[in-house]
Design a protein around this ligand. Structure first.
Ligand code: SAH
Length: 338
């Protein structure tokens, strides 16, 4: 009994220090491991921070996966350049615009364009960004990989509002192992994105092979240091046709705990509840909302392309509008009205 009591006190004290912005790695490590009633307390505090920051309405994003060409060789991802078992596509401007109109018709005001590391997508943006801005006037969120600063500047000048570039892990050695490029280069890109004026989204993956547990706390601390506008975390999902195809799935509870800790440390930020959570646990995305998230991304990529955009596994969970509204309803939250 006294052991439970002392654990209880420790968890409360750790949460209390985070709330006061006395951010210590030891507290984050303790909170990453909580389960049962302690985890519920962490989630309750995360929801309280979300409410107190006026961030407790759910934002919907509509994602279009515009190209699965990729120059990188990330070991966890099936659209990696060395994968020969992939049938490639890149959408035309007209295809993208048709889907962008569809997103807007659903009353969604954030159009999210994602792709592999594909130079031709940079060219596509010259036409796509101004057209979306002029014809639909929505927020434009990009996730198109690593580019020189001048390219980010161009995206911003064309009208892009925000950009997601996750660091995946804060451990430089591990990053290089999983992405075959240096972490420092990716972090420099993240800083450029902010410097040119776009909002920045960052985040990590939980459950990479050889990922030290301690590094998960450092991932959270790196997120705090970068002062992003959005913070995301996904559990690792093994992908066919990759060197990691037999690696077990990332831990569901550690992922939820990361989200809750991020919420306490980033107050009003946008924190998505990602589709990978639903894939590994029934109602996983709903649990993400209960842990402090406030964003759901709905997939508008047409099914033929979706099958080829294998960033998670081939049977990834595809979030529909209906599913998103259903879990918002169950969470007792409301949608941001646009
Ligand atoms: N080319 C872009 C987009 C990458 S995919 C870029 O470099 O940023 C978007 C995000 O999905 C990645 O940053 C990664 O965090 C996540 N992701 C991709 N494959 C994953 C996997 N197998 N498991 C967990 N997360 C994954």
């Amino acid at each position: 009994m006294s052991a439970i009591f002392s654990n209880n006190t420790d968890v409360f004290a750790s949460i209390e220090r985070l709330l006061k912005r006395q951010v210590e790695k030891a507290d984050i490590l303790r909170l990453l491991k909580v389960t049962g009633e302690f985890q519920q307390e962490l989630f309750r505090q995360a929801r309280a921070v979300r409410a107190a920051s006026g961030a407790d309405k759910v934002h919907l994003r509509g994602v279009i996966e515009i190209s699965n060409y990729c120059q990188k060789s990330c070991v966890y991802c099936a659209i990696r350049a060395p994968n020969k078992n992939i049938s490639h596509y890149r959408m035309s401007v007209d295809e993208i615009m048709e889907l962008a109109y569809k997103i807007k018709e659903f009353g969604i005001n954030i159009i999210f364009l994602q792709s592999g590391q594909d130079p031709k997508c940079v060219d596509l943006m010259e036409e796509v960004i101004p057209r979306i801005k002029q014809e639909l006037n929505t927020t434009i969120l990009l996730c198109l990989g690593e580019w020189p600063k001048i390219v980010y500047q161009r995206f911003y000048d064309l009208g892009a509002d925000s950009y997601i570039l996750k660091y995946e892990t804060s451990d430089p050695e591990l990053y290089e192992k999983i992405a075959h490029t240096p972490l420092s280069g990716r972090l420099e890109c993240a800083r450029w994105i902010k410097e040119v004026g776009m909002k920045l989204g960052v985040g990590n993956i939980v459950g990479l092979p050889d990922q030290p547990f301690e590094s998960l706390a450092e991932d959270i601390l790196l997120g705090v240091a970068l002062q992003p506008d959005f913070v995301s975390v996904s559990p690792f999902i093994a992908n066919q046709d990759t060197p990691f195809e037999n690696v077990p799935t990332g831990d569901f509870n550690i992922t939820l705990n990361t989200m809750a800790i991020n919420r306490i440390l980033h107050n009003a930020s946008l924190i998505p509840t990602v589709s990978a959570l639903e894939k590994i646990y029934p109602e996983g995305q709903l649990m993400g909302l209960n842990a402090g998230a406030n964003v759901i991304t709905i997939n508008f990529t047409p099914p033929d392309y979706q099958k080829k955009y294998k960033i998670y596994s081939k049977d990834r969970f595809v979030v529909t509008h209906e599913h998103a509204l259903n879990i918002i309803d169950k969470s007792g939250m409301q949608r941001v009205q646009v």
